[in-house]
Design a protein around this ligand. Structure first.
Ligand code: DDH
Length: 290
């Protein structure tokens, strides 16, 4: 592991994150996908109307948010990052989780995502998100729109963000769903969109739980791949489908859009002044911890 760093040396933190991505004993040998999911769930609680939730404050450290069943499994991501926090104690958890997500995406072959620091670990109880803010995979396009419009995203942005399911997998123990979306789940690409439209996805009921997901056999590896009901909603809804087709054909446009929209996700609920300093959180109580 690389040495300690001076406060504000985010490149040193990025390097420490890259150093921990290889995890031979963990899923597909990589901590990358679960780090991306941690970044997304830390931010995806945002509600534009009440200006609550979002990545600032790193509320998932506490039971009310961390214990949300939607966040099951993310303790692995938080634990992977503990040595990085110990090595660079000046960085806040809120910055670390979001920086680790964008770093992992790029290290797995994805785009460079603009990321800005300054989040604090101060939790304002009145801004804590209630449970139920994150999407429910068993539902359809109305639910997806309800969740993502609440954060301020449009249909194109929703589809671009959903492309993160190029990475990682579902675990029975976490969500009840099982399997991976693509055959190389630690390589960021537009394969998820290509498979959505090229394969014939068949409903599959998991024998022990009765949970319904969708399955197809990968034409090259002959492995079984999966889609969630919410993934399938992207091809059953004409507005969403149009963007699935675009991204399936144009990897560069997908990467460009994904970088913009993931960056926007990481910034939800954060306002900055001209110098980039966050103006809407109590920096006296958070900021760099030295
Ligand atoms: Fe997701 N996701 N996600 N997802 N997600 C799961 C895994 C991963 C939904 C449900 C699930 C996004 C959107 C949605 C990642 C990133 C992103 C799992 C499996 C479920 C269930 C968890 C488990 O069993 O461990 C639903 C529903 C939606 C929706 O949009 C309606 C978005 C927007 C992102 C993003 O990053 C921008 C990643 C990465 C994973 C893989 C995690 C892992 O451990 O591997």
């Amino acid at each position: 592991m690389t040495g300690s760093s001076r406060p504000g040396d985010f490149d040193a933190v990025r390097k420490s994150v890259i150093d921990l991505l290889k995890q031979p004993e963990y899923d597909d040998g990589s901590a990358g996908p679960v780090l991306v999911r941690l970044a997304w769930h830390s931010a995806g609680t945002y509600d534009a109307e009440t200006d609550t939730g979002g990545s600032n404050g790193a509320g998932m450290r506490y039971e009310s948010e961390g214990g949300d069943p939607a966040n099951a499994g993310l303790q692995h991501a938080r634990l992977f990052l503990e040595p990085v926090k110990r090595q660079h104690p000046w960085i806040t958890y809120a910055d670390l989780w979001t920086l680790a997500g964008v770093t992992a995406i790029q290290a797995m072959g994805g785009p460079e995502i603009p990321w800005f620091p300054g989040r604090t670990d101060y939790v304002d109880d009145s801004k804590l998100p209630p449970r139920g803010r994150l999407p429910d995979a068993a539902q359809g396009s109305d639910h997806i729109r309800h969740i993502f419009y609440r954060m301020g995203f449009n249909d194109r942005e929703i589809v671009a963000l959903s492309g993160a399911h190029n990475l990682g997998r579902c675990h029975t123990a976490n969500s009840g769903f099982e399997g991976k979306w693509v055959n190389n789940p630690t390589r960021f690409s537009n394969q998820y969109f290509r498979l959505l439209i090229s394969e014939e996805w068949k409903e599959k009921t998991l024998p022990d739980s009765g949970i319904v997901q969708f399955a197809a056999v990968d034409p090259i590896t002959e492995e079984e791949l999966m889609m969630l009901p919410t993934d399938m909603a992207l091809i059953h809804d004409q507005e969403f489908l149009q963007w699935v087709k675009v991204y399936a054909q144009d990897k560069n446009l997908f990467f460009e859009d994904f970088a913009k929209v993931f960056s926007k996700l990481m910034e939800l609920g954060i306002t900055r002044d001209a110098q980039g300093k966050i103006t809407n959180s109590d920096n006296e109580k958070g900021g760099y911890i030295s």
